[in-house]
Design a protein around this ligand. Structure first.
Ligand SMILES: NC(=O)c1ccc[n+]([C@@H]2O[C@H](COP(=O)([O-])OP(=O)(O)OC[C@H]3O[C@@H](n4cnc5c(N)ncnc54)[C@H](OP(=O)(O)O)[C@@H]3O)[C@@H](O)[C@H]2O)c1
Length: 334
């Protein structure tokens, strides 16, 4: 067993070139933790927001090994871990925010932040799922409920969270309308199960509500984008309906008057919270076990736009920040 490993870390906040390939000690798992030999990770906006210094409260200690998503093989288990043994193929969200993350040969995390990986897709592809699938799951199965025939509006239907949101809402039997700013984005959302798509840059909210929602608005509006989308969400939802969002704009300067006027529900997800708190981690693993089952049933699959090696992380961050991709960008530990 090597005592040292390669990691891609930042010593300070900055642009994508701030990543440095470095050699650090292989971490040891403590009680209730496992060590995973990393096969792959993927990019989420939280990774580049941490790198930029935009959310310092989420940053691991410097030198900070970033990236929340991981897929790999269990290599060591700490005291008290019963659900995993050496050699298990797992995926999870062990760190990258709050504690050291996945851009390294090994990552150590609380066992509750992992689950057995789906069996029907390559192990490396499952690294595209944890953050986005957990988020979409919590938005549609925890903060709201979606029944057969419900009309669901998914903003950003080709984005990381949105492309899983479209598939999950479709699996729950909803009538799904997805937005996208480009034809390619709308095409992907339609391929993944959206019954209708909307170019919100050309169509105002009254028009697409009239066209695609029957009860004066959508039953559920799924917003992983925030800002002006969250404002239009309150116009697009029907009276007594639900808006679910990931965005902190919900907590800052949101006018709650439209919620009162239409007796709405608002659900806000912060998926990484158990890792930041170091508490209730099992919630992550339990949800990931359910998500793996859905993947194996063919209900959801990650759309991987492109694959890169870990030493190309700067390019991946640049592309992510430019928004020039659909679904997910994968990082493979070659
Ligand atoms: N709170 C949480 O727990 C949580 C969890 C996961 C993600 N998030 C947040 O949710 C957001 C979406 O995450 P994601 O993984 O889906 O991101 P993503 O893969 O980058 O997708 C974002 C989508 O949003 C749309 N969009 C609209 N305006 C945009 C803009 N100004 N810049 C970039 N995209 C814009 C784009 O679609 P169109 O251009 O087609 O509209 C894009 O496909 C991020 O802010 C992320 O930090 C929060």
């Amino acid at each position: 067993m090597p005592t040292e490993m390669t990691a891609y870390a930042i010593e300070e906040y900055g642009d994508p070139d701030v990543f440095e390939e470095t050699t650090v000690e292989v971490p040891e798992p403590g009680p209730n933790e496992i060590r995973v030999e990393v096969v792959a990770s993927s990019l989420n906006p939280v990774d580049y927001k941490i790198r930029q210094g935009a959310i310092p409260d989420f940053a691991p200690e410097f030198p900070a090994i970033l990236h929340c998503d991981v897929a790999g093989v269990v290599d060591a288990v700490g005291d008290g871990v019963e659900q995993f043994e050496e050699g298990d193929e797992v995926y999870g969200m062990p760190g990258g925010a709050g504690r050291q993350g996945a851009l390294a040969d090994y990552v150590v995390g609380h066992a509750g932040t992992f689950a057995h990986a789906p069996e029907s897709i390559p192990l490396e592809d499952s690294a595209a799922l944890p953050v986005v699938a957990l988020t979409a799951w919590e938005m549609l199965a925890d903060k709201s409920t979606v029944d057969v025939g419900d009309e669901v509006l998914v903003y950003g239907g080709a984005g990381g969270v949105g492309h899983i949101g479209v598939q999950l809402a479709d699996w729950f039997g909803a009538d799904v309308t997805a937005t996208g700013s480009s034809e390619a984005n709308r095409e992907l959302a339609a391929e993944l199960g959206a019954d209708a798509t909307v170019d919100y840059t050309e169509t105002d909210v009254e028009t697409y509500v009239d066209e695609h929602a029957s009860g004066g608005g959508f039953d559920v509006v799924f917003d992983p984008v925030g800002d002006e989308h969250l404002e239009t969400a309150f116009q697009a939802v029907r009276p007594f309906g639900s808006v679910v969002t990931t965005e902190s704009s919900a907590a800052q300067d949101l006018d709650l008057a439209p919620m009162h006027a239409n007796s709405l529900e608002l659900g806000v997800v912060l998926v990484i919270l158990p890792v930041l708190l170091g508490d209730r981690q099992d919630r992550i693993g339990e949800e990931l076990e359910d998500i793996a089952t859905l993947v194996d049933k063919g209900a959801i699959e990650p759309h991987i736009d492109d694959r890169y090696s870990f030493d190309e992380v700067a390019e991946v961050h640049r592309r992510g920040e430019e928004g020039d991709f659909r679904g997910k960008l994968l990082l493979v530990n070659e």
